[in-house]
Design a protein around this ligand. Structure first.
Ligand code: FRU
Length: 453
C-alpha cells in the first residue's frame, strides 16, 4: 500500500482507504483498500472499495459526507473523489493521463457505485493532474477541491461535486523548483488558542525532500473562498525520510484535524526488506495551530487514544545522565523524558547484536543515523546519509514511538517531528542517553504498546 485516501469520519467510525495493489507487494494497478476503526488504533480490514476499470487505475483522493445531498446520490452519502490514472496514455508519454471521478456509498463505505458520467473533471493538458482533496466551504456554500497540477496547486469549486469551475492557482512565493513532483494536497482552516483563524495548505513532493526523497511541507495563509494566499514561508510537516502523502480526516467531531502519513519513501518503498506486508501508516496525529514569536506552526500530538494501549514498564521521576537501561523490550514501545536543562545529547537505541539507531542533539541541530540500525543494504539511499533537522529552539522534551521497523520522534511536545524506518534483525532492547555534562532527565518513562491485531 501507499497513500492514505478518503480519510473520513462517519457515524462513529474513522474510514481509512488507501492506495493498494492487491496482487503484489510492489506498486502496480492501484485500487482503494479499506479499513475502519472506532479509535484510530484498532483497524478492521474491509473488502477493496474501488477497483480499476476502463477509465484507469484508482489513484489518490478524498471522501466527504454529503449532508445536504448536493450530488443527488442520497442524503449523507459517503462520496469518494479520486483520480483515474490511464497508464497506457502515460506510458505513451502523452498528456491527459489523469482525470477526477466520483463514487458513492450509501452503506458506510461497504459497497460503492461509480458515478455513471465519470470523469467529472478532465485534464487540462498537464501530465500530473491528481489527488483531489475536497471540503465544504461554509462561506461560499460550495465544495472546494485542491488538486496537484504539474508544479502548482489548483483550486476548483462546485455546488454538486459534478461540475467544477477553476477558481485559482497556488504557487508558493519562495523558489521551489528543486522539489519533486507535486502530489496529495490538503487545504483546511484551524484556529489558534486565542481564536485566530488561519488556513493551512499541505503539499507532498515525490522527491528531493530535506533528507532525500519524498517529503511533506505546509503553508500557512488565508483563503477567501477562491484563492489561497500564503502569509509565511513553508515548513516541513515532518523532517524524517518516512512521512509522505500526509492528509487530514474530513468530518471529525469538534473539527479536530487528525493527520495520517504513509510511513515510507518512494526512493526505496518497493525494496524495503518485508515480505507478507509492505508499508504502514504513521500513528494518527492531532494537529494544533500555534502562534509563537516566529509566526504560526502546526504542533503534532499522537492521538490521545494511544494512552489506552500503553502500559509503563519502566518509570522514574528523575534519572541522571549518562543513563543506560538494558534488557527492556522496545519492539513496540513509547519512550518519553524531559531534559532538566538544554544540553547536547545522544540517544542510542540498540540490541544485543550491536545494531543501533542514534539521535544526536547538537545545539539547534538534530540528527538521526540509521547506518548501523540493522538491514540497510536493500537500497543505496536508505542509510547513505544521516537525517538532519534544524530547530528554532533548544530541545526540552523527547517522545519516541517505536514499532518493529519504525521510530517516530516528536520533540518539544510535537513542535518538531522526524519519522524514520529501520529494520533491526532483533528488537532494540537497550536505551542509552549521554549528555555533555551530567544532568537530570525528568519524567523518564518507557511504555509497552500492546498489539492492535
Ligand atoms: C503519491 C502518489 C499519488 C498518486 C498515488 C499513486 O504517493 O504518487 O500522487 O495518486 O501515489 O499510487
Amino acid at each position: 500500500m501507499n497513500d492514505p485516501n478518503g480519510l473520513v469520519y462517519h457515524n462513529g467510525k474513522y474510514h481509512l482507504f488507501y492506495q493498494y495493489y492487491p496482487d503484489g507487494i510492489v506498486w502496480g494497478p492501484m485500487h482503494w483498500g479499506h479499513a475502519e476503526s472506532t479509535d484510530l488504533l484498532h483497524w478492521k480490514q474491509l473488502p477493496v472499495a474501488l477497483y480499476p476499470d476502463t477509465l484507469g487505475w484508482i489513484f489518490s483522493g478524498s471522501a466527504v459526507i454529503d449532508k445536504h445531498n448536493t450530488a443527488g446520490f442520497g442524503k449523507n452519502a459517503m462520496i469518494a473523489i479520486y483520480t483515474y490514472h490511464n497508464d497506457d496514455i502515460w506510458k505513451a508519454g502523452k498528456k491527459n493521463t489523469e482525470s477526477q471521478a466520483l463514487a458513492y456509498s450509501l452503506d458506510e463505505g461497504k459497497t460503492w457505485t461509480k458515478y455513471k458520467a465519470n470523469p467529472v473533471l478532465n485534464n487540462s493538458g498537464e501530465q500530473d493532474f491528481r489527488d483531489p482533496k475536497v471540503f465544504w466551504h461554509q462561506g461560499t456554500s460550495k465544495w472546494i477541491m485542491a488538486l496537484a497540477v504539474g508544479d502548482k496547486i489548483k483550486l476548483f469549486s462546485s455546488q454538486n461535486l459534478k461540475e467544477w469551475q477553476e477558481e485559482s492557482v497556488f504557487k508558493p512565493t519562495e523558489k521551489n523548483t528543486e522539489l519533486g513532483v507535486w502530489e496529495c494536497p490538503d487545504l483546511f482552516s484551524m484556529k489558534t488558542d486565542s481564536g485566530e483563524t488561519k488556513w493551512i495548505m499541505i503539499i507532498n513532493h515525490g522527491d528531493k525532500g530535506p533528507n532525500g526523497g519524498s517529503c511533506t511541507r505546509y503553508f500557512i495563509g488565508d483563503f477567501d473562498g477562491k484563492t489561497f494566499t500564503q502569509t509565511q514561508n513553508a515548513k516541513w510537516l515532518d523532517h524524517g525520510t518516512d512521512y509522505y502523502a500526509a492528509v487530514t480526516f474530513s468530518n471529525v467531531p469538534n473539527d479536530k484535524k487528525i493527520v495520517l502519513g504513509w510511513m515510507s519513501n518512494w526512493q526505496y518503498a518497493t525494496k524495503v526488506p518485508t515480505e507478507v506486508w509492505r508499508s504502514a501508516m504513521t500513528l494518527p496525529r492531532e494537529l494544533e495551530l500555534i502562534k509563537d514569536k516566529n509566526g504560526y506552526y502546526l504542533n503534532q500530538k499522537m492521538v490521545s487514544q494511544l494512552a489506552a494501549v500503553t502500559k509503563p514498564i519502566f518509570s522514574k521521576a528523575n534519572v541522571a545522565t549518562p543513563f543506560e537501561k538494558k534488557e527492556i523490550d522496545l519492539s513496540q514501545s513509547e519512550v518519553r523524558f524531559d531534559f532538566s536543562q538544554p544540553t547536547d545529547a545522544m540517544i542510542t537505541l540498540s540490541n544485543t547484536k550491536g545494531e543501533l539507531f542514534t539521535i544526536t542533539i547538537a545545539g539547534n541541530i538534530v540528527v538521526t543515523d540509521r547506518s548501523h540500525s540493522g538491514q540497510t543494504a536493500f537500497h543505496e539511499s536508505f542509510a547513505a546519509k544521516p537525517q538532519v533537522m534544524s530547530v528554532e529552539d533548544r530541545i526540552t522534551s523527547v517522545q519516541l514511538v517505536l514499532d518493529k521497523s519504525s521510530v517516530e520522534i516528536l520533540l518539544n511536545g510535537g513542535k518538531y517531528s522526524m519519522t524514520n524506518l529501520c529494520f533491526p534483525t532483533e528488537a532494540y532492547s537497550e536505551i542509552k542517553i549521554i549528555t555533555k555534562d551530567s544532568i537530570a532527565l525528568s519524567n523518564f518513562t518507557v511504555n509497552a504498546i500492546s498489539r492492535i491485531w
